[in-house]
Design a protein around this ligand. Structure first.
Ligand code: MLT
Length: 393
């Protein structure tokens, strides 16, 4: 028996597990202090009434033999795939229902999709970035190279034709930096991928936070994307499903290579390894796209945007450099006083009892930066901002 030695190439614990463990250790050794958590991007508002009503109704259906459901379709129920298709159409993007695959979240799909790609592919990942892209590829033994994101390029690296890659990850609006590609910039990535015969794995989990017109909401707004891109999206951030679990992946029928069709391969993979998302959850997700659901989730998103502004305004007052907060629920700031990311994490925890996420956990280029999330409650966000202002003001 041999274990997968590639696990030696990844950090011992997942970034957010590490942040959580350090915050818990501090809290248990300082029971008199109130720790404010703006670390992991977990939502705090409850599910909206339209979703709750749909969930209750679906629970009742499961209690009646006339409406009970057992195994569902591997790719998701038609009612939800159609609702997602119509959501795309609402902002001018045409995808077909059979190009949409419902899952238990974007994180799982982003890792699972790698089953479809050969081990010898070279993977291009922006640095810094959501650690799942790197860890899942390293676990599989793939070679990972980095596109350097930094303050100089606004944390939006552009393609370099000298670099050859087979799998390209793009997350926009970006986690952790909040920086977002315009449609014109994204077109350059799509052209590059098509030229190389590479695939773009496009993480659109934060599209609902986009406020600016020229920022891309979907890679499929870009001409040429259907021959090179897969899009991952989630109900976590748009509708507070972090604990409910539902997401979707869009794979155009045109995406193929060497006679293999990626859409068909993914269905084959999912039907072999996945038994679908619970009916009840899919009914809840469907309600997100009703008129009432849209109105209600937009109120929640507006709430998180106000939190982001609270944090951003504080950074402005303190003269701390940051990106994000505009098309994104994350504020990505330069650690004051030239501190390193984990040094600042400890400093903030010890002196203000505020937890954030060290930028270094997202890649080497994240060193010296720090991420705060706007997903906290109003009280926690306002109190954290007041404590940070007191510490650095
Ligand atoms: C984050 O904090 O980066 C996200 O919550 C992680 C995730 O969505 O899995």
């Amino acid at each position: 028996m041999e274990l997968n030695r590639n696990f030696n190439d990844i950090k011992e614990s997942y970034l957010f597990a590490e942040v959580g463990a350090r915050a818990s250790a501090y809290a248990s050794s300082h029971p008199d202090k109130q720790v404010l958590k703006l670390g992991i991007g977990d939502v705090t508002l409850p599910l909206v009434p339209a979703v709750i009503d749909a969930l209750h109704k679906a629970v009742d259906e499961m209690a009646d033999s006339a409406t009970f459901r057992g195994y569902g379709p591997y790719e998701g129920y038609g009612f939800l795939r159609d609702a997602i298709k119509n959501y795309y159409a609402s902002y001018g993007v045409n995808v077909a229902s059979d190009e949409i695959f419902v899952s238990d979240g974007a994180k799982s799909d982003l890792g699972n999709i790698l089953d479809l790609f050969a081990k010898q592919n070279t993977v291009l990942v922006p640095d810094p970035v959501y650690p799942v892209y790197v860890d899942t590829n390293l676990m599989a033994g793939r070679k990972v190279i980095y596109a350097c994101a930094n303050a100089g390029n606004g944390f939006l690296p552009m393609p370099d034709y000298k670099v050859k890659a087979d799998i390209i990850y793009i997350c926009s609006p970006n986690n952790p930096t909040g920086a977002s590609y315009s449609t014109a910039q994204l077109k350059e990535w799509v052209d590059y991928a098509n030229k190389l015969g590479a695939v773009i794995l496009y993480d659109a989990a934060y599209e609902c936070f986009i406020t600016e017109k020229d920022v891309a909401r979907s890679v499929f707004q870009i001409e040429g994307a259907r021959t090179c891109a897969i899009e991952f999206c989630s109900f976590s951030k748009i509708a507070g499903f972090t604990g409910t679990r539902c997401g979707y992946t869009v794979i155009p029928r045109e995406l193929e290579k060497d006679g293999l069709n990626v859409n068909k391969m993914w269905l084959r993979r999912q039907s072999t390894k996945f038994n679908g998302v619970p009916y009840i959850v899919q009914r809840g997700a469907e309600a997100v796209f009703t008129q009432e659901g849209q109105r209600q989730i937009k109120e929640n998103i507006a709430f998180y945007r106000r939190n982001a502004k609270l944090i951003a305004d504080c950074m402005d007052r303190l003269g701390i450099w940051y990106t994000g907060g505009k098309n994104s629920p994350y504020i990505w700031l330069k650690c004051p006083g030239g501190m390193g990311s984990w040094e600042f994490f400890d400093y903030l925890l010890n002196n203000a009892q505020v937890v954030g996420t060290p930028g270094a956990g997202f890649g080497e280029n994240g060193e010296g930066y720090f991420r705060l999330t706007a997903f906290g409650s109003e009280r926690v966000t306002a109190e954290a901002v007041a404590r940070i202002e007191k510490l650095f003001g």
